[in-house]
Design a protein around this ligand. Structure first.
Ligand SMILES: [Zn+2]
Length: 359
């Protein structure tokens, strides 16, 4: 039974904070141990931002700048009828490669990416996004990715997507909760079986993130390459800012690889992009990209402002994640307001077409 939750009352900050506390667990564990998720959904774990680590951002950069992408490889992973598609997934815990049905894989991913309380239509949008993302990766030679050991995908949430089995959920949260999750998520996956979003005939790179404040970000701003359907769009979720304070010495230390000295760090000047996020920070003539500042200082997003007070450098940060593509909290808010999954996907991936995997 899916609990009905007033999504507007769910502030992104709760989950984001939980993620920060658990950040070290994200890289290596089969199931990220993000305990405080029960704030929104008793028991179900949640990977607030599935593409949040530096490594995954590098991986994404590689994906949207494929050296050898060509039209005839674009749908290499999607050239079978839906029921017959299998994917190979390297399990980073057991070190073994699993062969899974595509829908079985998407089930395990969707269960790991979004609480059932986000609503049926948000879960459907999540399932389609995850399916599209997986097929995009497969179509772009993901079997050659480092750490995949020849498999098309892996279970590392910092690289591909977290994948969780019903058994693993039951072991962690109990049979009843596992049933609840798999019933709700299973319904969303089944209802959208074989559906993807595409652009210009190619499966879309349907990246997503936890939440944004007012507007999402463009792929151009984050990864340096424009993707027609990964542009900045407005997003309805509510967020609470999180404040993080540094001394200039700490900033200089974090940005030393970028050539920032303590003197440089004293008077940073922020410049903003069209989405209202920090494009770059000028440290005494040394310009550092906002994305790099975010990573170096461990900020939740590039949507930040800075005030210097009594030698304290006070960063106020909104949203969580790279900000590109679908906002999961935004999807939940849209679903709560009556939007169906097609409308959610069309909003966050403008210009894409929702349809079946080409056979
Ligand atoms: Zn991977």
């Amino acid at each position: 039974m899916v609990r009905r939750v007033n999504v507007a009352s769910i502030l992104c900050v709760a989950i984001a904070l939980a993620a920060m506390l658990s950040a070290p667990a994200l890289a290596g564990l089969y199931i990220p141990d993000i305990t405080p998720v029960n704030v929104v959904d008793r028991g179900q774990f949640f990977t607030p931002d599935p593409v949040e680590s530096t490594s995954s951002e590098i991986a994404l950069e590689r994906e949207i700048n494929p050296a050898d992408a060509s039209a005839d490889t674009a749908n290499a992973g999607a050239d079978q009828k839906t029921p017959d598609i299998t994917v190979s997934v390297y399990d980073i815990v057991s070190g073994r490669t699993m062969i899974l049905g595509l829908e079985e894989y998407i089930m395990g991913v969707a269960a790991g990416e979004m609480p059932v309380s986000f609503g049926a239509e948000a879960l459907k949008a999540q399932a389609v996004a995850a399916r599209s993302y997986a097929l995009y990766k497969i179509a772009h030679d993901s079997e050659n990715d480092e750490g995949h050991h020849g498999a098309q995908l892996c279970t590392d949430s910092a690289h591909c997507k977290a994948y969780v089995t019903r058994e693993a959920l039951a072991a962690k949260w109990g049979e009843e909760k596992a049933d609840e999750i798999f019933t709700a998520v299973g319904a969303a996956v089944t209802a959208t079986a074989g559906e993807i979003i595409s652009y210009g005939g190619e499966t879309a790179l349907a990246v997503f993130h936890s939440c944004s404040d007012g507007a999402t970000e463009s792929a151009q701003a984050v990864w340096g390459r424009a993707v027609p359907y990964l542009t900045s769009v407005d997003t309805p979720e509510k967020t609470e800012p999180v404040v993080k304070t540094f001394k200039k010495e700490q900033i200089a230390e974090a940005l030393a690889p970028d050539g920032v000295t303590i003197e440089d760090a004293a008077q940073p000047k922020l410049s903003y992009d069209d989405a209202g996020r920090v494009e770059a920070v000028d440290f005494g003539g040394v310009a550092v990209a906002g994305t790099r500042v975010r990573t170096a200082l461990g900020l939740r997003s590039t949507d930040f402002s800075l005030v210097i007070l009594d030698g304290e450098y006070i960063f106020t940060v909104r949203g969580y994640g790279h900000g590109v593509g679908m906002s999961q909290y935004g999807a939940a808010a849209m679903a709560a307001a009556g939007s169906d999954y097609a409308a959610i996907l069309a909003h966050y991936y403008p210009g894409t077409a929702l349809g079946k995997i080409p056979s």
